[in-house]
Design a protein around this ligand. Sequence first.
Ligand code: ADP
Length: 625
Amino acid sequence: MSNRKFKTEVADLLHLIIHSLYSNKEIFLRELISNASDAIDKLRYLSLTDEKLKGYSFSPRIDISFTEDGERKLIIKDNGIGMNETDLNDNLGTIASSGTRKFLASLSDDQKKDSNLIGQFGVGFYSAFMVAKKITVISRKAGEEEAWKWESDGESSYSIESAERQEQGSTLILTLNEEGEQYANRWELENLIKKYSDNIAYPIYLEYDQVHYDNEKKDENGNALKTTEHKVEQINSASALWKRPKSSIKDEEYREFYKNSFYDSEDPLFYIHTQAEGTNEYTTLFYIPSKAPFDMYYADYRPGVKLYVKRVYITDDDKDLLPTYLRFVRGIIDSEDLPLNVSREILQENRVMVSIRNASVKKLLGEFRKISENNPELYSKFIAEYNRPLKEGLYSDYANRETLLDLVRYKSSTEDGYVSLKEYKSRMKEDQKAIYYITGGKEEVLRTSPLVAAYREKGYEVLIMGDDIDDIVVASIGEYDKTPLKAINKAGALSDLKSDEDKAKEEAKKPVAEKIRKALGDRVKDVVISSRLTDTPAAVILSDDDPSVQMQRLMKQMGGEMPEVKPMLEINPDSPVIARIEKSDDEDFIAALSAVILDQALIQEGVMPSDPASFAAALTKLLSE
Ligand code: ADP
């Protein structure tokens, strides 16, 4: 026998589970049954595909029994793939999923108490220690002779030794603690199995002793005669929900199925069930979680879609079943036409799979669009969680760009909440040539930009794109419904608002622009005259082909060499501050004032003056004059 210590992360997880999920401890049974079902899935799959296990025949089942007398025990037995010594050590001594590990590390102390958060990832096997003071696992791997016994009290260590088991599979024996005693009970177990595991595809049998009292017959003390009958009863309905006719499935059943299959304690926002017939026969059942999955922005996120072929589980670990930007979708794809032994490499090029995938994306995006049109309240909840991945889709999924353009939402200078491009277009002024937007900083900073104020004054709406991926994405959009998109903080938008009168004024004001340009030297690319600024003396803009400030920051973070991008200064010819420069021929004064105007414009964009000392000196000089 060998004794081993849990990896520290397991000890942490155990502690966390016991303290945060306590009020919901009954979920341990769901977790163990789900593991048993996974183990059967694996063996069924291998018996169809694996060289060594091909033709391996068994009748999948899960058996649950308990003892009421003396020490109370709960026993969960499956005839799935089983575990050998190495598996037991790897699977029950460490946390296998790196996503789970990272998630745990990222939680604050407060979050650790939030059972909804904890419940989001599969807490799994270890949750059984909430109700058990000791767990014994006896397991034999399919195709191997030797069986093994793993045992632990869930404190800090576990033991593994050689054991006996007739058939492949695992038996879990939970020696219940005080809090767990209630589960050694027929009604309690029946209830929980129905509640959480009704859709498990394999039969779950419950063994119990049924007691009868026969009043007709008396025992020696004159009491009704007591007889006990040992019963084995199937509790779950063991049918794949998604294969049942849609009309026969209740909303409640859809939601329970989601919560039990995808580890979410909350109801999904909505679901989409498709049973396609014809040349390509398949079923999909997709769910949109009400909260974005915790690992949505991790590179090693867990994919949310499980693939089945004719109800046989194939994989839940294929990131290509849907495009990456739809990684928040949970659900099932079940194909009638794929070969059972489809390998992962072939899957991506398989004609059937490609067509299911394309149809699924169309279906999902189409439903999103319907909801956006018919149920704004639901859609705004959806957007609050998933606007960003949809934006990723805008630049990665060219085929569905039109639909995606209708789905994404932006903040606006004139409206509350989020607006769509379609809404924006419907509000455009008659003479308006473009959809105006601003990027390059946080929403709050962008909102206070003098350029936004200038457009508002003239009655133009501006989309406030404060999301850090907006910069990259919006540049690739180009136009929406034949209307170009223009960044108001780039030079290209300047001419749009110019009248003939403005052009004449621009001619007249060239000398002052030149004065400022000379004073600022190589700090700016150019100084141009504005026809849009109203209250403020100046604003910084970029020339059309320069990356925005945000983009520059991003490229620096990614370690790229960034040549310094110089801003253009747009000056307001009607500002009294600019007029002072116009009238002056004191070069020191012009230099100081020009520098302050530029720095002030930068500050308004959220950029610190590059040389605070000379900014302060110039300001002091001006104030003392
Ligand atoms: P998860 O199921 O989320 O991977 P668990 O902690 O529940 O996490 O289980 C860890 C691993 O132990 C599983 O991934 C599986 O490989 C293995 N395992 C657990 N229960 C069984 C079982 N009944 N039969 C075979 N393997 C099992």
